[in-house]
Design a binder for this molecule. Structure first.
Ligand SMILES: [Zn+2]
Ligand SMILES: [Zn+2]
Length: 343
């Protein structure tokens, strides 16, 4: 047994895995270049998942990466979030500084267990040495609300994995812990390295509380993420002055809209015409859709319906679409076959 607790054979295997992983990582992009944004006055926003609950490979679950001040902040952790991070060469562990949840619908947190556990594993896709830091809203009615309950549940549900990895791979206890930060009212919930994150209540329906959106400010730049919401004045108030406004949308065909059973779903979300009104009032430099729910309708229809109430710049988000917020807001699409962005 060596001084570090690993036998020579075991060390050799680990070294072999590390070499293989390093090669795998280089295939998927330059981890060193992508892992942390260069500290500049820009904010870089990447849509990791632009879908909702539907398990389609075309749009993964909602998740948005915001890079500013040398920090990587993740907003929601929908299905497939670790896969998208891996495509960018960003570790799900040491590559993420903080995770913020908008609410607790499954589509927004389905990828959280994977992010947490893949994050503490050995390898360039993990290697988080410290607890995962997790922010989320609480309604204040129970002692163990919001993210605290999730953290406790994850620890219990996956206690066999943490037990085995502590004993077998010497993963530290700190790496498998979750540091929770819950909050109840509209306020600044995070302020580090000049990056300020403000949470604000949105209206996702009477039974879906708490639900929040987030605004991220860094130097003179800002982005607002709506979370799931109906047309909401509080969102418009907080989003006003943002360079980039990322908004959810729900659109269905006129035929489907006549069905009474569709009404409860539509009542929890924002139609294209309503989203256009939000954009017209908040006046971002660029409006972008994510969390795009289209039922029996097309992107073309989504755009034309939005343009009936908003004539400004609009992007319909795609997975891995990236926005650079500088003097202007520039959008770039990801080319899956080339594994890189368009120029
Ligand atoms: Zn949702
Ligand atoms: Zn929701």
């Amino acid at each position: 047994m060596a001084a570090d607790g690993a036998t020579p054979t075991r060390r050799c295997i680990l070294a072999g895995i590390a070499a293989t992983l390093a090669v795998a990582c280089s295939i998927y992009g330059s981890a060193a270049a992508e892992e942390k944004s260069a500290v500049s006055s820009d904010i870089i926003v990447t849509l990791l998942g632009t879908g909702g609950p539907e398990p389609t490979p075309a749009r993964f679950g909602p998740a948005t990466l915001v890079q500013a001040g040398g920090l990587n902040l993740l907003f929601d952790a929908g299905r497939g979030v670790t896969v998208r991070l891996y495509q960018l060469g960003i570790s799900s562990g040491k590559g993420i500084d903080a995770v913020f949840l908008t609410h607790y619908h499954s589509d927004h947190i389905a990828g959280l267990p994977d992010l947490w556990m893949t994050g503490y594993m050995f390898g360039p896709f993990g290697s988080r040495a410290k607890p995962m830091r997790l922010w989320g809203p609480s309604d204040g009615t129970t002692a163990l609300g919001g993210v605290a309950r999730i953290a406790k549940g994850l620890a219990e549900a996956f206690s066999e994995d943490t037990r085995i990895r502590h004993a077998d791979e010497h993963i530290t206890t700190a790496a498998t812990q979750i540091e929770v930060h819950d909050f109840q009212e509209d306020r600044v919930v995070f302020e580090e390295a000049g990056v300020k994150v403000t949470a604000f209540a949105v209206n996702h329906g009477d039974l879906i509380k708490p639900s929040v959106g987030y605004r991220i400010d860094y130097l003179a730049r800002s982005v607002t993420i709506s979370g799931d919401t109906k047309l909401d004045d509080n969102l418009i108030k907080h989003a006003t002055g943002s360079d980039l406004l990322i908004h959810e949308v729900f659109a269905m065909s006129a035929q489907l809209a006549k069905l009474p059973q569709m009404k409860p779903v539509a009542d929890h979300h924002t139609s294209p015409e309503e989203a256009g009104m939000v954009f017209s009032r908040a006046k971002p430099k660029l409006a972008a859709y994510s969390h795009i729910l289209l039922l029996a309708t097309e992107v073309r229809e989504l755009v034309s319906r939005t343009q009936s109430t908003y004539q400004g710049p609009l992007e319909v988000g795609e997975d891995l679409m990236r926005f650079t917020i500088g003097e202007r807001v520039v959008a770039r699409k990801w080319h899956p076959e080339l594994r890189k962005y368009s120029d």
